[in-house]
Design a protein around this ligand. Structure first.
Ligand code: C5P
Length: 232
């Protein structure tokens, strides 16, 4: 898969999600389904959006003992998402088990990527709550290497970390980056942001964009602007 813009469909119901997706008459954007929509609408929402022709990043961030994650991933692989994810903090053993679980009998599987440190965690919180005293950049790169060593396809990371991840793990190791804002747009609660053009420049493979598209006066035009800046 090449560079693409993934829309974070952070909606509370299937109805609101379809209302939003119905706005797109010409394009079939890559869609991210997170915990809110998945828990509200149930697993069938993945099949329904897929049946409309969209690619899907199922962002459920699994983190449990290896056997539980393996079995949960086996269930998720039946939903036919294109990307699924988990927390690298769950250990290499958990990531390896996840890959085994998600691989179908015919050998196919969705891409599996790992969350390193959430962008909502800063150095101070990491030290105080997780008792990790190394610099954030080292921690993120260490988790990214663990994910690569376990055989995963990439990581979710801040756009600011994408170049470092590629340097540490190779250019084919995917970087999926949220925290994207237009130069003239609202930053909202995101702390460290980049424009789609900057994310392209530093080598992100996919950008995840939520409110700059979902809350725009013209979401289709906002999506097209992201594609123009990031992909074209
Ligand atoms: O609306 P906004 O563009 O901020 O949405 C970003 C999306 O990416 C949200 O669904 C958010 O949960 C997700 N995300 C993030 N930062 C991370 C991981 C995921 O913003 N580190």
């Amino acid at each position: 898969m090449g560079k693409d813009v993934i829309i974070a469909c952070d909606f509370p119901s299937a109805e609101r999600t379809f209302e939003f997706l119905d706005l797109f008459k010409e394009e079939k954007p890559f869609v991210k389904i997170g915990m809110e929509l998945f828990y509200a609408a149930g697993p069938d929402i993945v099949r329904q959006i897929k049946a409309r022709g969209h690619k899907i990043f199922l962002d459920l961030k699994l983190h449990d003992i290896p056997n539980t994650v393996k079995r949960a991933m086996a269930v998720l692989s039946n939903l036919d998402a294109d990307i699924v994810n988990l927390h690298a903090l769950g250990t290499k053993a958990m990531m390896t088990a996840a890959l085994e679980g998600v691989t179908r009998p015919d050998g196919t599987r969705p891409l599996v990527i790992a969350v390193t440190q959430l962008t909502s965690t800063d150095q101070q919180t990491m030290e105080a709550d997780q008792l990790i005293e190394k610099p954030m950049a080292d921690v993120v790169m260490h988790y990214a290497r663990n994910a690569r060593d376990a055989g995963l396809d990439g990581v979710v990371c801040s756009p600011l970390e994408a170049a470092g991840v590629h340097a540490a793990c190779g250019k084919d190791f995917l970087t999926v980056t949220p925290g994207v804002r237009f130069a003239d747009g609202d930053v909202g609660d995101q702390k460290r942001v980049m424009t789609p053009a900057q994310a392209k420049e530093i080598g992100s493979d996919y950008i995840v964009v939520g409110r700059p598209i979902t809350a725009a006066a013209d979401p289709v035009e906002a999506y097209r602007r992201c594609v123009r800046e990031f992909v074209d």
